[in-house]
Write a protein that binds this ligand. Structure first.
Ligand SMILES: [Zn+2]
Length: 163
């Protein structure tokens, strides 16, 4: 096994993809290691097809009828045994996916968005983040697809940097 393969495996097992580049940079290993898995693409495709009326972000772009820059975020990380199911997902733009994985905001069990006070605010932070504080997420076409409280509670407890 090469160092690249070991680093890739460690990242895949312990961190969501939104952390990978930054962690590789920190240890000086960001030399084209690809950690994307086929599983993530399959989940994104299935999830976004179901959620097209409930993309949480204002940013939406399409090319050739497929969404660009919109991702299927796991609420409970795959690395923490969160499943690839609708009730463990949120359709977010790339930016909000990263902010969600970093715990800059969370979604409570009653599906209210809560934004951390801890992040420093620069640029259009208010429009992109603070203004959503205490809004409710968009409802998907079926309540069956709403985030499950067990997963959102995990995110509040393990990821959110609220307090
Ligand atoms: Zn967004």
């Amino acid at each position: 096994m090469t160092i690249s393969e070991i680093a890739g495996t460690l990242l895949e097992e312990h961190f969501p993809e939104t952390y990978h580049n930054e962690l590789l940079d920190k240890v000086g290993l960001n030399v084209g290691i690809r950690t994307y898995r086929k599983r993530d693409f399959a989940f994104r495709k299935k999830y976004l097809r179901l959620m097209k009326n409930a993309v949480q972000c204002v940013f939406k772009s399409k090319i050739n009828d497929s969404l660009v820059g919109v991702e299927a975020a796991h609420i409970k990380w795959h690395q923490a045994y969160g499943p690839d199911t609708e009730e463990n997902g949120l359709a977010l733009c790339s930016l909000h996916h990263k902010l969600f994985d970093k715990g800059i905001f969370t979604v409570r069990a009653d599906r209210m968005i809560e934004v951390s006070e801890k992040a420093s605010r620069m640029g259009p932070y208010k429009e992109l983040m603070t203004d959503f504080n205490q809004d409710y997420i968009r409802r998907p076409s079926l309540d069956l697809f709403l985030p499950d409280a067990g997963f959102t509670e995990w995110h509040v407890r393990e990821v959110y940097k609220g307090y």
